[in-house]
Ligand binder design. Structure first.
Ligand code: GLN
Length: 490
């Protein structure tokens, strides 16, 4: 089988049995990036020389008999993870040529694992967005339909995986940025429990919500990527000290007796009828495998959305104050004085969505308004977490939509931020409660993929991955790829 269609386990087997070398594998994927990315724009930076060097080093380790799941296998990083020697832009002009002086913990771990980074993927500026249209490096196309957005903010990672330009990629999810682009591009994505993956060296958007994770074709591939990234990090004080289970070993847990909770409030007028129908199809597949469907109540999604769009901008306004034209990145030309330097560096360096959020966040945190906005939003956040806790008394996993629609047209919501924010109504509550969530492909609406969300109680990633994997043993949506990216079609 062509290399680009193989799972991570198949690639591992091929490398370990010397059917191909890490260099050959890396060259094959670099060639795919070269052929297709002029159209897709899924990469902000490519590093072919460094990738081939890493591949050669991996070949030496493989020849020495080392066994490691990702050794010699290519991947791409969302351009939010700091990487020494390769610029980290966060999708912003502000960091357009900034090179981090240190590696993110996630990057350090992947380097140690011998994974081969092909480059850094496109994203909404500072991870703010649902369509990847807020990138200073241009929009990304959805490989299934070039008229559609790939979703955001990890749109570059999702598109690159969907087109099989890389076997897997990293992402981050503050309010849905792994799950929603995974759904729009027909790939599998996992956002782990808050604290499962270190945030050290992952540029902060909203620190109490941000969490790194994986986008890959299948749940089995996600298990391997997450295994390498997860675990306690003393350099991140919010990182969890919990041991990391063996995600791949746990994939074969049976679905018999698994209680799948389906929130009544999520299947209402706001949800596209075709998306709802594909999710119902998927639920029947779970039931055929012995899972038990339980209808549950999960109220307050609107409350969660409102709370998120106060909390996230408030934290962002504080996190982004460090980009002042002095310490990092972009500096305006010929400042008149210090105030002029601050003002023009920030107004020229940031895009309009980032500025909108800084304004909202600064306003919400200002003296006199703090309790009316931020304090109330925090109370709503607690309510959302309690709603989930009550739901998990009745079920083991919650299933529902990822987004109200499939991928929308490029430009469709560009001038309407409030409609864009509604895209996150089913994903945001999960971040507010710090829970793990996944998106798995469950069919199509026309050309455009439909994703289903699976949500678990804290630190039940193994259960979620196994649930998704069992579904993927019965279906082949995760194996489909857009015809234009098949070899021989260009
Ligand atoms: N779309 C949401 C936002 O714009 C979520 C982004 C994210 O998860 N990084 O904030």
């Amino acid at each position: 089988m062509s290399l680009y269609k193989q799972s991570l386990a198949e690639l591992r087997f091929g490398l370990d049995t010397r059917q191909f070398s890490a260099r050959e594998l890396t060259e094959a994927f670099l060639a795919r990036v070269g052929t297709h990315d002029a159209v897709l724009n899924s990469f902000i930076s490519r590093v072919p020389e460094a990738a081939l060097l890493a591949a050669d080093q991996a070949d030496v380790r493989i020849a020495a008999g080392e066994k490691a799941p990702l050794l010699g296998i290519p991947y791409a990083h969302k351009d939010i993870f700091c990487t020494q020697g390769v610029r980290t832009t966060c999708g912003s002009k502000m960091l357009g040529d900034w090179v981090a002086p240190y590696d993110a913990t996630v990057h350090q771990r992947l380097n140690a694992a011998g994974a081969v980074m092909l480059g850094k993927t496109n994203m909404d500026e500072f991870a703010m967005g649902s369509s990847n249209e807020n990138s200073a490096f241009g929009a990304v196309k959805n490989p299934w339909d070039h008229a559609a957005v790939p979703g955001g903010s990890s749109g570059g990672s999702a598109a690159a995986v969907a087109a099989r330009l890389v076997p897997w990629a990293t992402g981050t999810d503050t309010g849905g940025s792994i799950r929603q682009p995974a759904a729009y591009c027909g790939v599998t994505g996992i956002k782990p429990t808050y604290g499962r993956v270190s945030r050290y060296g992952m540029i902060a958007y909203a620190s109490s919500l941000d969490q790194g994770g994986v986008l890959a074709p299948s749940a089995a591939d996600c298990a391997i990527g997450l295994q390498a990234m997860a675990g306690h990090d003393p350099r991140d004080s919010t990182s969890a000290a919990q041991p990391v289970p063996d995600y791949s070993a746990d994939l074969n847990q049976s679905l018999a007796g698994l209680r799948i909770g389906v929130p009544r409030q999520w299947f209402t007028a706001g949800l596209d009828a075709t998306v709802a129908a594909r999710i119902e199809d998927a639920l029947r597949v779970f039931e055929q495998q012995g899972a038990i469907r339980v209808d549950i109540d999960l109220p307050d999604a609107e409350l969660a959305l409102a709370a998120y769009y106060l909390i996230a901008p408030a934290e962002a306004s504080s996190n982004l104050s460090r980009f002042d034209g002095v310490r990092f990145g972009y500096r305006c030309a010929e400042p008149r004085d210090l105030m002029d330097l601050y003002e023009r560096s920030r107004s020229e360096g940031f895009g309009s969505e980032v500025k909108r959020r800084i304004l909202i966040g600064t306003y919400a945190l200002s003296a006199g308004y703090y309790d009316a906005f931020y304090g109330r939003a925090q109370r709503a956040r607690r309510q959302v977490a309690e709603n989930f806790a009550a739901a998990f008394a009745q079920c083991d996993v919650i299933a529902g939509p990822v987004a109200p629609t499939v991928a929308f047209d490029l430009g469709a919501h560009a001038s309407d931020p409030a409609t864009m924010y509604l895209e996150d109504i089913y994903t945001i509550p999960v971040n507010l409660a710090g829970l793990p969530g996944m998106s798995i492909p469950v069919g199509f609406s026309g050309l455009r993929p439909v994703g289903m969300q699976l949500i678990g109680a804290p630190f039940t990633e193994a259960r979620l991955l196994a649930t998704a994997h069992q579904y993927q043993q019965q279906t082949d949506w995760h194996l489909r790829m857009p015809a234009a990216y098949e070899e021989g079609s260009v």
